[in-house]
Write a protein that binds this ligand. Structure first.
Ligand SMILES: NC(=O)c1ccc[n+]([C@@H]2O[C@H](COP(=O)([O-])OP(=O)(O)OC[C@H]3O[C@@H](n4cnc5c(N)ncnc54)[C@H](O)[C@@H]3O)[C@@H](O)[C@H]2O)c1
Length: 250
């Protein structure tokens, strides 16, 4: 591995599974130290143990601002700095017709998918501004780029994530911080497998997604969904200037 993140420290929300887990592994393989945040404590602790002294897990619910403060501050107290903030945690959330969408489910989805990213941007900016450098990566979705690709609250949230990314990028570029969004299409993670009733059915989900992909043997397969898309764009957004929002077609 190229060690392109040697000396960098990253904080990742939703790090116990899917994109966040794959990014954590790739970041460490590339030389970074990582602070893993998630509400899944057992899986998060197990990942930290697997990654060794380059990783530490903190319990972090992205809807709780104090938890994000703790995540960011742990990067500084444990590893000395924060260079990369990956606001990745997410859920499908409220689903179904707009006319019957329960308001409390709508608000909960917004809380995870938008407010969680806001807290992450806010507190990463606090730490990174003092250093005059840093990269904030927000997890959007193709559902945030056009209509009809996800449930209403999910799609609205991902559109908002892209808007927040553009606006914070416009502000924080002045102090040396890059802010970018990633917009993947459907990938075989627990979140998507769970839509069919079993979050552990990753293999069946890969096969289902691959059938709908114009890229033969690409969509939803391990190398596409859990290694390359996660590691590749996050890696490039972590180290390269000039990309504002990256779409990933499955
Ligand atoms: N899988 C896809 O097809 C796809 C496509 C586009 C965007 N995304 C986005 O990728 C991100 C990661 O999802 P994934 O597909 O890897 O799913 P996943 O279910 O494998 O991982 C999501 C992680 O987020 C964590 N999480 C959920 N709510 C949380 C909270 N309140 N606080 C902290 N952590 C929380 C979960 O515990 C889990 O570890 C999400 O933002 C999702 O919207 C996924």
């Amino acid at each position: 591995m190229s060690q392109r993140l040697q000396g960098k420290v990253a904080a990742i929300t939703g790090a116990a599974s899917g994109f966040g887990c794959a990014a954590a592994k790739r970041f460490v393989a590339e030389g970074a130290k990582v602070v893993l945040g998630d509400i899944q404590e057992d899986a998060g602790q197990a990942l930290a143990a697997e990654l060794g002294s380059d990783a530490v897990f903190v319990s972090c619910n992205v809807t709780v601002e104090e938890d994000i403060i703790n995540l960011v501050d742990t990067a500084v107290s444990h590893f000395g700095q924060l260079d990369i903030m990956y606001n990745n945690a997410g859920i499908v959330g409220s689903a179904g017709p707009i006319a019957t969408t329960p308001a409390d489910e709508w608000k909960f989805t917004i809380d995870v998918l938008i407010n969680g990213v806001f807290y992450g941007c806010k507190h990463a900016a606090r730490v990174m501004s003092a250093n005059g450098t840093g990269s904030i990566i927000n997890m959007a979705s193709t559902a945030g780029l056009m209509g009809g690709l996800g449930p209403h609250a999910y799609a609205a949230s991902k559109h908002a994530v892209i808007g927040l990314t553009k606006n914070t990028a416009a502000e924080l570029c002045k102090v040396g911080i890059r802010v970018n969004a990633i917009a993947p299409a459907g990938m075989a993670t627990a979140m998507v497998a769970g839509l069919s009733g079993d979050p552990a059915a990753i293999e069946a989900t890969k096969e289902r997604l691959a059938k709908t992909s114009p890229l033969k043997d690409r969509a939803g397969v391990q190398k596409m969904s859990l290694m390359r898309p996660c590691g590749w764009p996050a890696m490039n957004l972590a180290i390269r200037p000039g990309i504002h929002s990256l779409q990933m077609q499955g």
